[in-house]
Design a protein around this ligand. Sequence first.
Ligand SMILES: Nc1ncnc2c1ncn2[C@@H]1O[C@H](COP(=O)(O)OP(=O)(O)OP(=O)(O)O)[C@@H](O)[C@H]1O
Length: 275
Amino acid sequence: MNATTALRNGWQKVFGAGARSARPAPGDTSHGTILYLEDISVSFDGFKALNALTLYIDAGELRCIIGPNGAGKTTMMDVITGKTRPDAGSAWFGQTTDLLTLSEPQIAEAGIGRKFQKPTVFEQHTVMENLELAVAGTKTIWTTLGSPLDRRQHERIEEVLETIRLQDRRSMRAGMLSHGQKQWLEIGMLLAQEPRLLLVDEPVAGMTPQEVERTAELLLSLAGKHSVMVVEHDMDFVRSIARRVTVLHEGHVLAEGTIDEVQNDPRVVEVYLGE
Ligand SMILES: Nc1ncnc2c1ncn2[C@@H]1O[C@H](COP(=O)(O)OP(=O)(O)OP(=O)(O)O)[C@@H](O)[C@H]1O
């Protein structure tokens, strides 16, 4: 058990499960770590997709996760977002939020946003309307569109439009955007909900080189304000954004370090060459 885990467990012992009102907000990162995955195992029909996976993400960090097909990357994100329950292990969001006790909507509400590989924006609606739906925290079009947003929500939308650089596309129907712009809009829709941790699955698949470059800038601009976990196969892209890279293999962490460190690690070379 590391020091932060001990501290967190100590908190629980002192305050107990009933002391929720005295606890810090979900995703409390006063100890510098936003995500704790410890000894997580997930089996599908006896096959271990995750095998005692232990991984920590710092608050504000941009972490890249790589690994060959079937390494367990998607399963790990499914555990974090509550889609898949592990057979063993613990998953904490900050010091005080036990992810394994929360439903998928509760985890999203607590501040974990997930961007799937394919963009799922509302194509018939404008960029602005898509963001309005997101900032209102619902994807129920009919109850949201036309309802007045408050000043804070308007400001949030403007901030997001600037971050994703789609200010001049605000009135365009989302269906008319390029593939890359749709991906940025969907990232913007997540940002509108002010997540603490953002999980992003293969963001640059199918993008033009310019869009890839722009996506790198976008993700780098999010780090610090948000913690970002990016799963990506494109190694050039990983090199362009990564400070720290985790290599998954057979459901656990094979190596972790800078991109140069992991690319020169003989175990990593063997796993990739052996594919
Ligand atoms: N629902 C499921 N039922 C059975 N096996 C599954 C299920 N989901 C995943 N697996 C298996 O678990 C292993 C890990 O899969 P996972 O999708 O997490 O890997 P990945 O690293 O995301 O791979 P890729 O890079 O190909 O997306 C694979 O062998 C996969 O076939």
